[in-house]
Design a protein around this ligand. Structure first.
Ligand code: SF4
Ligand code: SF4
Length: 104
C-alpha cells in the first residue's frame, strides 16, 4: 500500500516529511510534498493523520488489488467513513460501525 499526495491542496508545511518513518516524502521545487519512494511505503498512515490540509490519501494500487483509486478515511461520531474515488471520478462511500464490525 502506498499514498498519493494532492499537489493542489498541499500547503508545503513539511509535517508529513517529519513523521514518515522511512523518510520517503520530499518537497519538490514548488514546495509541494511528493512521495519519492512509493514502493517502500508500508501504509502506516502517519503522514495522512498529520496532514491538516487533507492532501494525502491512501493509494489503492495493483499491489493490493486496487485499480489506482484513492481512499480517504474520516471519523464521524461512532462511524468510520471510507471515501473511495476511482480514476474516472466515481465516488463510493462506505460507512462502518467499528463496534458492530467486531460482533459475531
Ligand atoms: S503534511 Fe500535507 S500539507 Fe503539509 S507538506 Fe505534507 S502533504 Fe503538504
Ligand atoms: S504511510 Fe507511513 S510509510 Fe507511507 S509515506 Fe506515509 S508516513 Fe511514510
Amino acid at each position: 500500500m502506498s499514498i498519493a499526495i494532492n499537489q493542489k491542496t498541499c500547503v508545503g508545511c513539511k509535517k508529513c516529511l517529519s513523521v514518515c518513518p522511512g523518510t520517503l516524502i520530499k518537497l519538490n521545487q514548488e514546495g509541494k510534498a511528493f512521495i519519492k519512494y512509493p514502493k517502500d511505503c508500508w501504509g502506516c498512515s502517519s503522514c495522512i493523520k498529520e496532514c491538516q490540509a487533507k492532501a494525502i490519501d491512501f493509494y489503492l494500487g495493483a499491489d493490493i488489488g486496487g485499480r489506482g483509486s484513492r481512499m480517504q478515511v474520516e471519523m464521524k461520531a461512532d462511524q468510520v467513513i471510507w471515501k473511495i474515488t476511482e480514476t474516472d471520478g466515481t465516488i463510493h462511500v462506505i460507512e462502518i460501525n467499528p463496534k458492530a464490525s467486531n460482533q459475531y
